[in-house]
Design a protein. Structure first.
Length: 238
């Protein structure tokens, strides 16, 4: 039996890139009166460039910079500041949709006294806000959150999962991790934990061959859905 269910945040609890960062970039462009919209496929291409400022810079290098812009560095810096504020507003306003099945599986875990955690190397304030605003304060109290600068090495390094296991005083085989990306999968497996994948829009083409199970999503009735019991019975590949 698993003793703890550990979730990645971005792409697992919410589709943060598609529904959060992308939307906030578009709101920032609109706020600066720019005729720029990053749709879902375009943003998928832009995600190959790491870093929000670098992403915008590369985009304007390709399509051309607005004529009124004299100071490109200042312009990008201002856009990015605006985008970051708008992103936090989206999260804190509860405007990002939870992925299907998350609320249900969390409630199943609470009912079965399975412990809950989130392990993310994203910004701690954003991760905590996602859990609190989207799952509510009662469920939030059940979660241990390990996020942001709490570790020095990002996934695929297992540091965040090792830390969670130590702080929760659990053995690796007691933990089951839900991830959406190859980097997250490698981190969980390197920590000796079982790991299931719920595919997200921008990670669906990644290699998940080391995963103990792969699901399109946890899902909710009346459609197909994965129960806590299904997760308990996922055999370990290694
Ligand atoms: Mg992720």
């Amino acid at each position: 039996m698993i003793k703890a269910l550990i979730f990645d945040c971005d792409g697992v609890l919410v589709d943060t890139e598609r529904d959060g960062h992308r939307v906030a970039f578009n709101q920032a462009f609109a706020a600066m009166s720019l005729d720029v919209t990053w749709d879902v496929p375009l943003y998928g291409e832009l995600l190959k460039i790491a870093g929000g400022k670098e992403r915008m810079r590369s985009y304007f290098d390709t399509v051309g910079w607005p004529v009124a812009v004299a100071d490109r560095d200042g312009f990008i810096k201002e856009l990015h500041r605006l985008k970051t504020d708008l992103f936090m507003k989206l999260i804190e306003g509860g405007q990002l949709p939870l992925r299907s099945g998350i609320r249900r599986i969390v409630d199943e875990a609470i009912a079965a006294s399975v412990r809950l955690a989130v392990c993310s190397t994203s910004n701690e304030r954003a991760v905590t806000a996602i859990v609190r605003t989207l799952l509510g304060p009662d469920r939030r109290r059940r979660f241990e959150i390990f996020a942001g600068d709490i570790v020095s090495k990002k996934k695929p390094d297992p540091e965040i999962y090792n830390l969670a296991r130590e702080r929760m005083n659990l053995a690796a085989p007691d933990c089951l991790v839900v991830e959406d990306s190859r980097n997250g999968l490698l981190a969980a497996k390197a920590a000796g934990m079982r790991c299931v994948i719920t595919m997200s829009g921008y990670t669906a083409c990644e290699d998940f061959s080391e995963a103990d199970a792969v699901f399109p999503e946890l899902g909710d009735p009346p459609g197909r859905f994965v129960t806590l019991r299904d997760l308990q019975e996922v055999p370990s590949r290694a």
